[in-house]
Design a protein around this ligand. Structure first.
Ligand SMILES: Nc1ncnc2c1ncn2[C@@H]1O[C@H](COP(=O)(O)OP(=O)(O)O[C@H]2O[C@H](CO)[C@@H](O)[C@H](O)[C@H]2O)[C@@H](O)[C@H]1O
Ligand SMILES: OC[C@H]1O[C@H](O[C@H]2[C@H](O)[C@@H](O)[C@@H](O[C@H]3[C@H](O)[C@@H](O)[C@@H](O)O[C@@H]3CO)O[C@@H]2CO)[C@H](O)[C@@H](O)[C@@H]1O
Length: 595
């Protein structure tokens, strides 16, 4: 127990309400003081603890300690309820990590299916979408310390009916729903209402509505209207006065560019038009002057973030990597925080999709067994001595599966097998089929979104190849490393920040970002690096790389602290630093979504 003097030092910063001392200290300070922390209680903003302290040997005073922020993450995808790729993973994993640190956290996303675990709140709103008034309803569940809020409207559910790996944005990959602007305008408006109208009493720690002192975290173009509506509909009327918006770019390739005349659909005052105004260098969906949702999101938000420091540098480096928003981002600045990943889902000791569980001490004996199961699963010759390379990703130009397809014939003569898993553009899916036809004993292409196979590849393959033209962060390489699956990556975005050449993987150099062509120099970089990696396979240096990969801490814990720092800097009323907490029963059955 600390001395009496140190115990009460921080009382100098206290104030008093209803006879209870309110002090602004964090949990670490309390621990250092020797107080024991009691039950958490809600106190408007943040987490409040009762701490029972000893003074001069007496157990006497009751203190209330406040910390944390009210955070509302908004996204078109939220895993595991909805996911076409990494956006869903981030909205699934970062919020629980923020909640673990004592923040009150909500996510708002569309209700694309009749989720078994999300209940009707019976709260209904009327919102404008274009010229019409639409009714939306909120559904809710509480998982891993997070209020998961789902916005119900036929524009979401009737179009998608649960097929969230393929139908969130359009009927097929590459084709968008015509009414996407109305759909996501509704999402943004509903998200702004949620903290005010939902009377949530999810846990013993918090109760009542979140209120108006909140930070909204908008993600990608679908949520770019949040700062605009915040200003035009609320702050202009004296509401949400201290609320702020942080805007996170997960992929600048998708900006939400539409015909200039569509500005009228958004129901925003004319003064916002200039933030959307954009001259398009490309010709889709219409030539010339357009509105650009992401441009407005960047300009109207209070802070702009992205998902790795190196990608943040690339975004401001020029129009090719900044995709014509580089000039805007140079003005606003963009701050990069590398993503974490779900260490519960991607854990070789508990993985429900693999028959053999392993850790760093057993990887060398376990991996060959899982490799054989993988080879049998995809119908390749079963031989644990053959090095296996895996690829997993959305089949878009970004991911470079076309460059890989051009490189495979040049290294497939080596002692190697390759398994490619992905869905997306039809032409690229066909390239996977062709691979298999041409190299039946060496290559498999699986054009499916298949979580079980993704886990089997990562657990059984020796290498994961990530030949991206650009990659904001990339989660595949993060998911692979804890399984001792060594990444071979293009030197771009988060792949630079997360894979260390010769230590945790192999860097191939930066690729040409021009998506229309396959650059022979990139094909040759793949061939050279794969050859280099295969030469290391089976040597002590390779075993060391496996150990280096597996020794890393890749959870959301560290990124969550950086996010906290970034969001605190917005200075929303009542916001305070959080605590160093652990996730609330992350493995508990009731915390697993059952959509
Ligand atoms: N066929 C398939 N079957 C099963 N699972 C599959 C699959 N194809 C992909 N996945 C899964 O989808 C996710 C893909 O995440 P990534 O971050 O690698 O890419 P994505 O480009 O979608 O995300 C964008 O947003 C994220 C989040 O910020 C950034 O990391 C990234 O660089 C950016 O492009 C992973 O969880 C992966 O396992
Ligand atoms: O989580 C995976 C990615 O999900 C999002 O990307 C989607 C994007 O926002 C949508 O607009 C759409 O993109 C299509 C685009 O609109 C269309 O013009 C054409 O170019 O095809 C694109 C692909 O179909 O779908 C994307 C998902 O495939 C999110 O914005 C990304 O950050 C995530 O990487």
């Amino acid at each position: 127990m600390a001395t009496a003097a140190s115990t009460w030092n921080f009382m100098t910063r206290s104030s008093s309400a209803n006879g209870v001392a309110i002090i602004s200290v964090n949990r670490r300070e309390v621990k250092a003081s020797g107080l024991s922390i009691g039950k958490r209680q809600h106190q408007g903003v943040g987490v409040v603890y009762n701490a029972i302290g000893a003074r001069n040997g007496k157990n006497s005073r009751k203190l209330v300690i406040m910390c944390g922020m009210n955070l509302v993450f908004v996204g078109a995808e939220v895993g595991p309820w909805s996911k076409t790729g990494g956006l869903g993973d981030v909205l699934g994993g970062l919020p629980p990590a923020m909640a673990a640190n004592g923040h009150r956290v909500m996510t708002v996303s569309p209700r694309y299916d009749q989720y078994k675990d999300a209940w009707d709140t019976e709260v209904e709103l009327e919102l404008k979408a274009g010229d019409n008034t639409e009714k939306v309803r909120f559904f809710h569940c509480y998982k891993r310390g997070v209020d998961r809020v789902f916005v119900d409207h036929p524009m979401f559910l009737e179009k998608v009916w649960g097929k969230t790996t393929s139908k969130i944005y359009g009927p097929i990959a590459g084709i968008d729903y015509q009414d996407n602007q109305l759909r996501f305008s509704l999402l943004c408006q509903a998200a702004l209402e949620a903290p005010r109208v939902l009377n949530l009493n999810s846990s013993e720690y918090f109760s009542g509505p979140y209120g108006e002192d909140v930070v909204f975290i908008a993600n990608d173009w679908h949520t770019a209207l949040i700062p605009c509506y915040l200003k035009s509909m609320y702050q202009s009327r004296g509401m949400y006065i201290s609320a702020k918006v942080a805007y996170c770019i997960h992929n600048i390739a998708y900006q939400g560019r539409f015909a200039f005349s569509d500005f009228a659909l958004l129901n925003l005052p004319e003064e916002f038009k200039s933030s959307f105004d954009f001259i398009d260098g490309y010709d889709k969906p219409v030539k010339g002057r357009k509105i650009n949702w992401m441009k407005a999101g960047i300009l109207e938000s209070h802070k702009v973030l992205t998902v790795s420091p190196y990608y943040a540098q690339e975004l401001v480096s020029g129009p090719d990597k900044g995709v014509e928003l580089d000039n805007i981002l140079r003005k606003t600045c963009v701050h990069g925080i590398v993503n974490g990943m779900d260490v519960q889902e991607w854990n070789p000791m508990t993985d429900k999709y693999t028959s053999v569980k392993f850790d760093a001490t057993t990887v060398m004996s376990a991996k060959p067994l899982i490799k054989e199961a993988l080879q049998a699963e995809v119908g390749l010759p079963v031989d644990k001595k053959i090095p296996v390379i895996g690829f997993i990703g959305r089949l878009e130009e970004q991911k470079g599966s076309d460059i890989l397809a051009a490189a495979i014939p040049e290294f497939i003569g080596s002692n190697v097998q390759i398994i490619v898993l992905g869905t997306g553009k039809k032409a690229m899916e066909k390239q996977l089929d062709d691979l298999e036809t041409e190299y039946p004993l060496k290559a498999r292409g699986v054009a499916k979104f298949n979580v079980k196979l993704a886990h089997m590849i990562i657990a059984g393959a020796d290498f994961i190849i990530v030949p991206s033209r650009f990659e904001p962060c990339g989660l595949i390489q993060l998911q692979a490393m804890p399984y001792g699956c060594v990444p071979i990556v293009a030197s771009t975005g988060g792949l630079v920040d997360t894979v260390k050449e010769g230590y945790t993987g192999f860097q191939m150099g930066a690729f040409n970002v021009e998506c229309e062509t396959v650059d022979p120099a990139d094909v040759s970089a793949i061939v050279k690096t794969v050859t280099r990696a295969l030469a290391v396979y089976g040597t002590p240096a390779f075993s060391e790389m496996i150990q280096n990969c597996m020794a890393q801490e890749l959870s959301w814990k560290k990124p969550a602290k950086k996010w906290e720092e970034a969001l605190l800097s917005l200075g929303v009323e009542g916001s305070q630093a959080g605590i160093d907490g652990e996730e609330i029963a992350p493995l508990a059955k009731e915390n697993v979504a059952t959509p």
